[in-house]
Design a protein around this ligand. Structure first.
Ligand code: GRF
Length: 222
């Protein structure tokens, strides 16, 4: 297959970019049949951008725009230009406005480090510890305008240990975020998942509970 017909992924990131790197590595090793056509950021100096060649980078500082809508328009135009099949928010720390979400409805995925609907927003690991949770994890969901609230496609559950710090728990979850995200992206590029209202369909069938990553095989139970 020539590169030009491979499914096109745009990745939004604001920080370290380990999830982006997992995607790049899986493509390089032939474990993911797709291409990254752009990495987009609200943090021009972030490490994630450095993981791809310069022509694939787009970054702008929100403070250089008169309003959130103007920033979102610029980001949306840049995204549209690369004609993505899927847009993956992988550690993108800025809220996406409703118009931008609408523009790419059904094409945007986000990875969030909690067992949604628990702990949308920030500091998820510390919040799980403070609540005394025995299990924590990560979710991949369709993006809607409400923060971390779209239909959840898949989750991984990770045990919380008695002496966990937020950092130790975050590291344990991150290890499984990468295979979780990859598995969902594989389903996405194969055309196997879709958003139908507030529900996820897999192979055309509505799923009312998230798919689950098996932590031993690192594959989804579909
Ligand atoms: C991950 O924990 C992701 O779930 C969250 O932000 C973190 C990003 O990590 N949304 P990285 O930039 O992919 O290393």
């Amino acid at each position: 297959m020539s590169t030009s017909v491979k499914p096109r992924l745009a990745v939004l990131a604001s920080g370290r970019g380990s999830n982006l790197q997992a995607i790049l590595d899986a493509i390089a090793s032939g474990d993911l049949d797709a291409q990254v056509v752009g990495v987009f950021s609200d943090k021009p100096n972030c490490a994630a951008l450095q993981r791809v060649p310069e022509p694939l980078r787009w970054a702008a500082k929100p403070k250089d725009f008169a309003s959130r809508a103007e920033f979102d328009n610029a980001l949306g135009d840049a995204l549209a230009q690369v004609q993505p099949d899927w847009i993956i928010c992988a550690g993108y720390m800025r809220i996406l406005g409703a118009d931008l979400v609408q523009r790419f409805a059904g094409q945007m995925l986000n990875i969030h480090p909690s067992l949604l609907p628990k702990y949308p927003g920030l500091d998820t690991h510390a919040r799980a510890l403070a609540a005394g949770d025995r299990e924590h994890g990560a979710s991949v969901h369709f993006v809607i305008a409400e923060l971390d609230a779209g239909a959840v496609i898949a989750q991984v559950r990770v045990p919380v240990q008695a002496d966990d710090s937020a950092e130790a728990l975050a590291a344990r979850v991150l290890r499984y975020e990468h295979p979780l995200l990859l598995e969902v992206v594989r389903l996405a590029v194969a055309g196997r998942i879709a958003e139908q209202g507030t529900t996820v369909t897999v192979d055309g069938h509505a799923r009312f509970t998230p798919l689950r990553l098996d932590c031993d095989t690192l594959s989804l139970r579909v």
